[in-house]
Design a protein around this ligand. Structure first.
Ligand SMILES: [Zn+2]
Length: 475
């Protein structure tokens, strides 16, 4: 099916034409690992997880890259405040992030590069920018010269005057232009640093994403995603760096940005007291990860989304209804059943229209209604007229289609009976998994330890590591 997406750069919905239809390439800005993910962080990850799942259905090969920013002044500041080593902060926060994403049923990206593993590529890019006349070194810093790139401001739609007004009042003396931004900065002995042609230092945030997307996807790739708040300056600067380092390239061919997340109608902030981490939501119960995912997808990704506890309860009730139907002993349709396939195609069709997940979710409810008619009687006229199809469903078909279509957007993955019993396996099983994880940690097999932690988190079991012991609780 022909996909259409809204492109932030062209400011309109456009047909999606991959550069190479045999290999679609997607880059999404990942977390800066210094603290637990908050509700706003969850939204892009769920939105672009749905996009990656859709692309994988439509194209033979997809490479989805989402980075980990593990060098950043916020991390350095956190380490100074708490005394915890930087490596411990980033390792713990990365593991927490993975567990949270698993609890939201987000599939891991194909590549998850860490910024600290891509420093040579960043230095190469900066050297190219200097050689091409787009960057200059001054007092141990390297700065990108915005005046050298006439298209600067195009992605965000800001005029030169607006850009100037946006530049900070307190401009560093080594900047030629107030809007010039940092590519590299010097590190003292207490700050992480790498040797470079400009002395020991560390990268600015923007160059990290230009380097990691180039390393893993090439100079040109299909889609760049992220939160709306990243368009300026982060994405504007990524475009400038990459297009100037590789003259003639276009960097991302399509830009997708999700809207903001509000809590109780207001922007989330610690001072307003409405700041919620994902863990706050997941601790509501084993159902909460999937219910929050459904809540997110019930609003179109480009619209602002308002989180309230009532909406979470509504999403849970909707999942309860779906699972209650699936928990019945429905007859299993045959493999390749054409009616089921057509029902699934109908339910998922709105994804092709700029990821219209709210309409997909409405159609899932219609499929449930159809199956309910099969089970308990009633009229299916309304649903059939809405679908424009002349299905003559047999028991089990709409129920099977409901599950198959929901799975494509990462919903209804749980065992219906387990869902109804409140999720998760029995205590002995959990203890066995914890012992296996401790063994993996003892063997320094961090990947396996993280995998077990994430698997438990996906079942609503949260681990807390103490001195030599691990305790668990139901989320
Ligand atoms: Zn980025």
């Amino acid at each position: 099916m022909q996909l259409h997406f809204h492109d932030s750069a062209r400011r309109q919905k456009v047909p999606f034409q991959p550069i190479d239809p045999n290999h679609v390439r997607l880059y999404v800005c990942g977390p800066t690992v210094y603290d637990l993910a908050h509700l706003g962080n969850a939204r892009p990850n769920v939105v672009f997880d749905v996009l990656a799942r859709l692309l994988r259905r439509e194209f033979p090969r997809v490479t989805y890259v989402r980075n980990i920013t593990d060098v950043d002044d916020k991390i350095n500041a956190r380490s100074r405040e708490s005394g915890e080593p930087i490596s411990a902060i980033t390792a713990r926060t990365t593991a927490d992030f993975h567990a949270d994403m698993a609890a939201l049923n987000c599939l891991p990206p194909d590549v998850e590069p860490r910024a600290t593993a891509s420093i040579p590529e960043m230095i190469t890019l900066i050297e190219r920018l200097i050689a091409n006349g787009h960057a200059y070194a001054a007092e141990g810093h390297v700065l990108f010269s915005v005046a050298s790139y006439p298209d600067y401001g195009k992605l965000s739609g800001r005029s030169p005057d607006e850009l100037l007004a946006g530049a900070r009042v307190d401009v560093a003396p080594y900047k030629r232009d107030p809007g010039d931004f940092v590519l590299w900065k010097p590190s003292d002995d207490t700050t992480p640093g790498w040797d470079s042609p400009w002395g020991r230092g560390r990268p600015g945030w923007h160059i990290e994403c230009s380097a990691m997307s180039w390393k893993h996807l090439g100079e040109d790739f299909d889609i760049h995603g992220g939160g709306h708040d990243l368009i300026f300056p982060h994405h504007e600067n990524e475009v400038a760096q990459s297009c100037c380092a590789f003259p003639g390239s276009h960097f991302a061919h399509l830009w997708m940005h999700n809207g903001m997340l509000l809590v109780n109608g207001e922007k989330m902030s610690k001072s307003l007291g409405n700041f919620l981490t994902l863990r706050d939501i997941l601790s509501r119960g084993p159902w909460a990860g999937e219910a929050f995912r459904l809540l997110l997808l019930k609003t179109h990704y480009r619209a602002a989304l308002d989180y309230t506890a009532e909406r979470l309860d509504e999403a849970r009730a909707e999942l309860d209804d779906h699972y209650a139907l699936l928990a019945r002993d429905l007859p299993e349709p045959e493999e390749g059943d054409e009616t089921v396939a057509d029902m699934v195609a109908w339910a998922l069709e709105p994804l092709a229209d700029d990821l219209n997940t709210p309409l997909v979710i409405a159609r899932l409810r219609d499929l449930r209604a159809l199956e309910n008619v099969m089970q308990v009687g009633g009229s299916m006229t309304t649903v059939l007229s809405r679908s424009g199809r002349d299905w003559k469903p047999k028991p089990g078909q709409a129920g099977a289609a409901l599950r198959l279509a929901a799975n494509v957007i990462g919903l209804l993955p749980s065992d219906p009976m387990a869902w109804r019993q409140g999720g998760a396996g029995d205590d002995a099983e959990i203890e066995a998994a914890i012992q296996a994880r401790l063994a993996a940690r003892a063997a320094r097999d961090w990947a396996e330890a993280d995998r077990i932690r994430a698997e438990l988190a996906s079942k609503g079991i949260l681990l807390e590591d103490g001195k030599g012991t691990t305790t668990w609780r139901r989320a």
